[in-house]
Design a protein around this ligand. Structure first.
Ligand SMILES: Nc1nc2c(ncn2[C@@H]2O[C@H](COP(=O)(O)OP(=O)(O)OP(=O)(O)O)[C@@H](O)[C@H]2O)c(=O)[nH]1
Length: 323
């Protein structure tokens, strides 16, 4: 007898549940739309990675813009991400990514990628563990990758401005002595050879007075070029005063240091300049000091300086080996 009453109560309950579900679906769809439009507008790639499966499980729309590659391909194969990393940075990128497992978060991680169109871009890719694995749960790492190419370029330009002599493009005095200090400490610690060359242009005032300051500047530029040509990779060349240059040769035994100084001397002698219809050449005086029992860099520098002045007093255009 009671059956129709029970049926209608059940129907009412089901109808309410259905209405509730429909409301939930609409609410979630609305939220999905908001998230999608937010993620679409953000100029950073948000991503999620299943560590055990080694699979990218989510990547935001910015991926296709920043990396210039297909998100579908990346979701199908994590190798896509690795393939786009600049080969020199691949080891670092893989190592720093694996560190997230023990550290929980990697805040500073920067590497280069090659976009599908061949462009090289710098990426900052921070990541952290959002879900620890274990008990049947996968380890999920999430991250945010941003294009920092412009910032890197700016940093590079600032570094260049801070360390380079504007006229000659060689190291400036401050940068030269900063690097020289590091090389000195390394040589003392490991008992390795180190040579210091001080080079001063001969009669430079006369060159300026005769041919003008601009020609004098050209002379300095060409001499700096000789320095770069004569030295080995890893040697340091800098302009440490108006017409004074210095070279530091780490790991260079005395005989080789002498040969390099002679090469530099010849390169400068070979230079030829034209001014006011006349041709002229220049010479330099060099002081060469090899690391001995110098207690500090100043001592090595002072010995090279004394040798250079001896070269000047002895008639210029020569190399004097420090005592
Ligand atoms: N063109 C040019 N000249 C510079 C620059 N910096 C310094 N000088 C000039 O370099 C000259 C150095 O002259 P001195 O110190 O008398 O030396 P010097 O004439 O080379 O004589 P010695 O060292 O004895 O051979 C000065 O006239 C400075 O004005 C520069 O950046 N450009």
């Amino acid at each position: 007898m009671d059956r129709p009453v029970e049926d209608s109560a059940e129907l009412e309950r089901l109808t309410l549940a259905l209405l509730h579900c429909r409301g939930e679906v609409e609410r979630l769809s609305e939220r999905e739309r908001i998230f999608s439009s937010l993620l679409g507008g953000v100029n950073a790639v948000l991503w999620a990675f299943d560590w055990e499966a080694q699979r990218v499980i989510y990547v935001s729309p910015a991926y296709e813009r920043l990396f210039g590659r297909s998100a579908a391909l990346l979701l199908a194969d994590y190798g896509e991400w690795r393939n786009c990393i600049y080969p020199d940075d691949l080891d670092y990128a893989a190592r720093s990514f694996a560190e997230v497992l023990e550290k929980g978060a990697i805040e500073a991680r920067e590497y280069r990628i090659i976009r599908a169109d061949g462009q090289l871009r710098w990426i900052s890719d921070k990541c952290f563990i959002s879900q620890q694995g274990g008990a049947g749960q996968p380890t999920i790492v999430v991250g945010i990758a941003e294009d920092i190419t412009e910032k890197k370029q700016l940093e590079g330009e600032l570094h260049c401005l801070a360390t380079t002599d504007v006229l000659t493009q060689s190291s400036n005095r401050r940068h030269f002595f900063e690097c020289a200090q590091g090389a000195f400490e390394h040589a003392v610690q490991f008992g390795s050879p180190l040579a210091f060359i001080l080079l001063d242009v001969d009669d430079f005032k006369r060159i300026n007075d005769t041919h003008g300051h601009q020609v004098g500047d050209q002379v300095l530029q060409r001499i700096a070029q000789c320095g770069t040509n004569a030295l080995r990779r890893g040697d340091l060349f800098g302009r440490i005063g108006g017409e004074e240059f210095a070279a530091l040769l780490p790991g260079c035994p005395p005989d080789l240091a002498r040969q390099i100084a002679e090469r530099l001397q010849r390169e400068v002698q070979r230079l030829s300049f034209q001014a006011g219809g006349k041709q002229f050449s220049v010479t330099v005086s060099q002081g060469l000091a090899n690391l001995r029992d110098d207690g500090n860099l100043d001592s090595l520098y002072a010995r090279a300086d004394a040798a250079m002045y001896q070269a000047k007093r002895g008639g210029k255009n020569q190399i004097i080996l420090a005592d």
